[in-house]
Design a protein around this ligand. Structure first.
Ligand SMILES: Cc1ncc(COP(=O)(O)O)c(C=O)c1O
Length: 392
C-alpha cells in the first residue's frame, strides 16, 4: 500500500530532549550557579567514564575544542596539520586559527573517511599532527593512523564531532588517539544545545584545554569560591570557550537516554538499508568499515548520477516536494568561496572528495523518527529513482 504524504514536512534532523535534561536544567537554574561549575565537572566525568578514559574538558563548541587541543600539542605558524577536505568548515578554521597550515588528504570513495595512504603521502618535516574526521559517525582507520603517527612522533587529534558513542575495534575513539573532540551542537546525536568536549587519556592536554578555554586562568570562579579565595593567576594567553552549567545540565540529561536513542538510530538505519537495498543501480548506501561500530549521526547516500536523468539538487527538490527535507554533507572545503580564494588547492588532487561532494544526499535520521516515516522516505526515494532512472 502506498504511504500517504505526511501533513508536516519530515525534518532532516531533530532533537529528542529528555525528561532528565529538562529536570536537570530546572535544578541548575534553581541552584543559582549558571556558569562553569559543578554540573560541568559532572558532565565531564560522565563522558570520560562513558569513553573509558580518565580526562575530559568541556568547552563551548567542538570548533574551539579542536583549536585548543591543537594548541596544546604545539600547533602554530610553521606547522602542518594533515586533515581531509570533505568536512565541515569548522575543522579547517580550527587549524587556521592556531596559525598552522592545513594540508589535505583525499577521502576513500565509499566510506568518505580519510584515506590513510593519502594521509601518509602528505606528511612532511613540518607535520605536527593528523586530524581525521569521523564523517557521519563512521570511525576513521584509527589502527593505521595510530601506526603512522607513532612511527613519526606525530599527534593524532580526532574530529569526532559526528561519532559520539562510536567504537573502533571495540574501543572508544579517545582511547585510540591523543585527543578526540566531540560536538554537542543541537543537530548532533548527543546535544547540549551548543557545546563540545575534548576527551583524552592525556591529563596534560586536558589541563591545557581547560586553562586555555577560560582566559588562561589558573583557578576558575567556582574553584575560588569553594576554596574561599579570590586569588588566581593567568599563565597563558587564553580564550573564552568554557561551557556553562546550564548547557552541561542538558548534556547530562541527554546522556541518560543516549544508549536507547542510539539503539533507535541503529534500528532505523537497518530499516533504510533493507528497504533501499535493491536500488544499487541508482544509489550507493553507506558502508561500515571493518572493525567499526558507527554512531550513525547522519545517513548519507550517494547518487549514481550517470544512471539518472536528474541532478543531485533536482533529487533533493523532488524529495522536498514530497515533504522530506534532505541535506548535503559536505560541499568540499576547497569549493567554498573563501577557501577557493585562499587555499589555492587543485581539486584534481582530490577526485574522491570532488565526486562525493557532487553525489551525496543526507536522509533524515534521529531517534524520534518513526519506522513509518522511514518507510515513507524510502518510498519517495524509490519513486524518484524509478521516474528518473536510465534503463541500462
Ligand atoms: C565535521 C565537523 N567538525 C566540527 C564541527 C564543529 O562543531 P561545533 O558546532 O560544536 O563547533 C562540526 C559541526 O557541525 C562538524 O560537522
Amino acid at each position: 500500500m502506498k504511504a500517504r504524504k505526511p501533513d508536516k514536512r519530515i525534518p532532516l534532523l531533530d532533537v529528542n530532549l529528555s525528561r532528565e535534561a529538562k529536570q536537570l536544567v530546572a535544578r541548575t537554574l534553581a541552584s543559582g550557579w549558571l556558569t562553569s561549575g559543578p554540573r560541568v565537572r559532572e558532565f565531564e566525568q560522565a563522558v570520560a567514564a562513558y569513553m573509558n578514559v580518565k580526562h575530559a574538558a568541556a568547552v563551548n563548541s567542538c570548533s574551539m575544542g579542536l583549536q585548543l587541543a591543537l594548541r596544546s600539542v604545539g600547533a602554530g605558524p610553521g606547522k602542518e596539520i594533515v586533515t581531509t577536505p570533505f568536512t565541515f568548515v569548522a575543522t579547517i578554521e580550527a587549524i587556521l586559527a592556531t596559525g598552522a597550515r592545513p594540508v589535505f588528504a583525499d577521502i576513500e570513495p565509499h566510506t568518505l573517511i580519510m584515506d590513510t595512504d593519502e594521509a601518509a603521502r602528505q606528511l612532511s618535516r613540518k607535520s605536527l599532527a593528523v586530524l581525521p574526521v569521523d564523517i557521519a559517525g563512521h570511525p576513521s582507520h584509527y589502527g593505521a593512523l595510530k601506526e603512522i603517527c607513532h612511527s613519526r612522533s606525530l599527534h593524532l587529534i580526532a574530529d569526532a564531532s559526528h561519532s559520539f558513542g562510536a567504537l573502533y575495534g571495540g574501543k572508544s575513539i579517545p582511547r585510540l588517539c591523543d585527543a578526540a573532540v566531540y560536538s554537542f551542537h543541537s543537530t548532533k546525536n548527543l546535544t547540549c544545545g551548543e557545546g563540545g568536549m575534548v576527551v583524552s587519556r592525556r591529563r596534560d592536554i586536558i589541563e591545557d584545554v581547560r586553562r586555555l578555554a577560560l582566559h588562561g586562568i589558573t583557578k576558575p570562579a567556582h574553584e575560588r569560591r569553594a576554596k574561599k579565595t579570590w586569588a588566581y593567576d593567568v599563565t597563558d594567553y587564553g580564550f573564552k570557550a568554557n561551557m556553562s552549567d546550564v548547557h552541561a545540565a542538558i548534556g547530562l540529561g541527554q546522556m541518560a537516554v543516549f544508549d536507547s536513542d542510539q539503539a533507535s538510530r541503529r534500528k532505523l538505519v537497518e530499516r533504510y538499508l533493507e528497504s533501499l537495498g535493491d536500488l544499487a543501480d541508482y544509489i550507493e548506501l553507506p558502508r561500515t568499515a571493518e572493525k567499526t561500530q558507527p554512531a550513525w549521526h547522519l545517513f548519507i547516500i550517494k547518487l549514481h548520477l550517470s544512471r539518472l536523468k536528474i541532478s543531485r539538487d533536482g533529487f533533493i527538490r523532488e524529495m522536498s516536494r514530497r515533504r522530506v527535507e534532505c541535506g548535503v554533507h559536505y560541499k568540499p572545503v576547497f569549493e567554498l568561496a573563501h577557501y577557493r580564494r585562499t587555499l589555492g588547492l587543485d581539486s584534481r588532487q582530490f577526485p574522491n572528495t570532488v565526486s562525493a561532494g557532487r553525489r551525496v544526499v543526507t536522509l533524515p535520521l534521529y531517534a524520534g523518527l518513526t519506522a513509518a516515516q522511514v518507510d515513507y522516505i524510502c518510498e519517495s526515494v524509490r519513486d524518484i529513482l524509478t521516474r528518473f532512472g536510465r534503463q541500462s
